[in-house]
Design a protein around this ligand. Structure first.
Ligand SMILES: Nc1ncnc2c1ncn2[C@@H]1O[C@H](COP(=O)(O)OP(=O)(O)O)[C@@H](O)[C@H]1O
Ligand SMILES: [Mg+2]
Length: 470
């Protein structure tokens, strides 16, 4: 890929240079040729004027002006200029050339009319007589306002062409040199652009292979610099995701191991008849039962979390009254509530609007928060559940007066498997996933979770939820 970008850049760069050189070159040749022809014509007009003054006496006295022509034209002939003289009828009476078969030729009527009006005629083009391209200037000889003849100068365009040909040769040489230099500059330039692209490719390949600590070292402020920044950002994110994944697997294995070890231990003891009596065997079995419950809760929570991760969790969005799901959650937890002799007070605004969301999932949120409040309350404590309208949302808060959470732990409380007191949570049958699931569900509903807590005084957990139609 890098090779083709390199050659594409190089080719377009050199192509551009060639096109520019060609256009400028042909324009130059055209302009110079034009200029050369114009100045030659100008020169010939002056010369024709001189000659016409010189032949005037001859024409007036009907003498052949050949000697003048030959004499004066010697210098011009070296440059290839021919001079003819015509009479008042346009008939050629003499010429500078030795061959005189041009004599008797007549000028076309149109040219003659122009000459009679006293104006010189200038023409250039292919001449049949000379068999090449020539410039022809005819100057009238006027005496006493009367047209008595003319001088015709012929000069081949060849001279002009030679000059411009020489110039073109020099130009082509210069152009080739220019192209050569531009190839060198182009190679350096293209390499400079493709080198960082190549580097980016290499590094993204390494990142794909799992080397997340690789960084692209491009600090330019152009698009490549921006690309480098995004790749570095991606690499950092991937690295975080990767370590999260590793941690998660490690945590899961750890969480699974302790109940399994304990189950294994008690079953071994039972099989080896280590229980002193029926009562102790029953105790063992009760522990095994408790641990299997914990395992099954853990696996359920993990399944739920993985559904959120793989984004396969389907939400049944609808409107529902909050009151009914609070009641359901309280009912599910009434054994635990009774065991600790707790009092739960609900305080819902009487005109509380309906909520909008997945009813079962929101029930799970309330269940998890209430479960924590019960779990981390001391006996005979109190728990408050309140819900009030809050802008377009509904704010639900669950307050307990239990042990609270140290402020250093608060930022991590929503992380998977994070527990302030691991041993206590495990003992109580917690999985450390409850709050992570709460946050996941509320995030997917577009709401916010919050917590306030003072160690020794209690905690308030809250979340917002959309009002129906809000
Ligand atoms: N109401 C609360 N009072 C005190 N600590 C709490 C409360 N709710 C949660 N926590 C702390 O947050 C941790 C994570 O809670 P959670 O994710 O529900 O896991 P689990 O309850 O299974 O331990 C708990 O272990 C506990 O340390
Ligand atoms: Mg919990």
């Amino acid at each position: 890929m890098n090779k083709s970008i390199f050659f594409k850049l190089l080719a377009s760069y050199i192509g551009l240079v060639i096109v520019a050189i060609t256009i400028i070159g042909s324009m130059q040749v055209y302009l110079v040729e034009n200029y050369l022809i114009k100045s030659k014509e100008q020169e010939m007009v002056v010369r024709g004027q001189e000659l016409s003054n010189m032949v005037m006496p001859y024409l007036m006295s009907n003498l052949n002006p050949r000697p003048v022509i030959l004499n004066v034209n010697r210098a011009d002939r070296i440059l290839g200029t021919e001079v003819w003289v015509i009479d008042r009828y346009g008939k050629v009476i003499t010429a500078s050339a030795d061959h005189l078969y041009c004599e008797g030729n007549t000028l076309e009527a149109m040219d003659l009319t122009q000459l009679q009006s006293g104006k010189a005629s200038i023409k250039s083009g292919q001449s049949e007589y000379f068999q090449e391209a020539v410039i022809r200037v005819v100057t009238p000889v006027i005496h006493d306002n009367e047209f008595i003849g003319g001088v015709i100068l012929y000069s081949p365009v060849r001279g002009v062409n030679d000059t411009s040909k020489n110039m073109s040769k020099i130009y082509v040489g210069a152009a080739l040199l220019g192209i050569l230099i531009s190839v060198f500059i182009g190679i350096i330039f293209s390499r400079q652009i493709t080198k960082p692209i190549k580097r980016v490719c290499e590094i993204t390949r390494n990142i794909a292979d799992g080397k997340f600590d690789e960084r692209v070292e491009i600090h330019s402020k152009d698009e490549l610099g921006v690309l480098a920044l995004s790749i570095n950002h991606m690499s950092k994110q991937l690295s975080e995701l990767d370590s999260m994944r590793r941690n998660f697997v490690a945590n899961v294995s750890h969480e699974l191991r302790s109940p399994l070890t304990s189950i294994q231990g008690y079953i071994d003891a039972l099989l080896q008849g280590k229980g002193k009596d029926k009562q102790e065997e029953k105790n063992y079995l009760q522990i095994v039962q408790k641990e299997t419950h914990r395992l099954s809760r853990l696996v359920n929570d993990l399944l739920e979390i993985s559904r959120f991760d793989s984004q396969t969790a389907l939400f049944n969005m609808d409107e529902f009254p909050l009151r009914s799901i609070i009641d359901r959650a309280m009912k599910s937890l009434r054994l635990q509530t009774a065991a600790k002799d707790l009092i739960i007070t609900t305080n819902l605004t009487s005109d509380l609007p309906l909520c909008y969301g997945d009813e079962d999932r929101i029930e799970q949120v309330i269940y998890n928060l209430l479960d924590n409040a019960i779990r981390y309350s001391s006996d005979r404590g109190e728990i408050l559940i309140s819900a009030i309208p809050y802008d377009d949302d509904i704010l639900v808060e669950i307050t307990d007066f239990g042990q609270g959470i140290p402020s250093k732990d608060i930022p991590f409380i929503w992380d998977r498997f994070y527990r302030v007191d691991k041993a206590r949570s495990r003992n109580e049958g917690g999985t450390g996933l409850g709050l992570a699931i709460v946050k996941e569900i509320i995030d997917l509903h577009g709401g916010k979770v919050m917590v306030e807590s003072t160690p020794g005084e209690g905690s308030t957990f809250g979340f917002t939820l959309k009002q129906s139609g809000g």
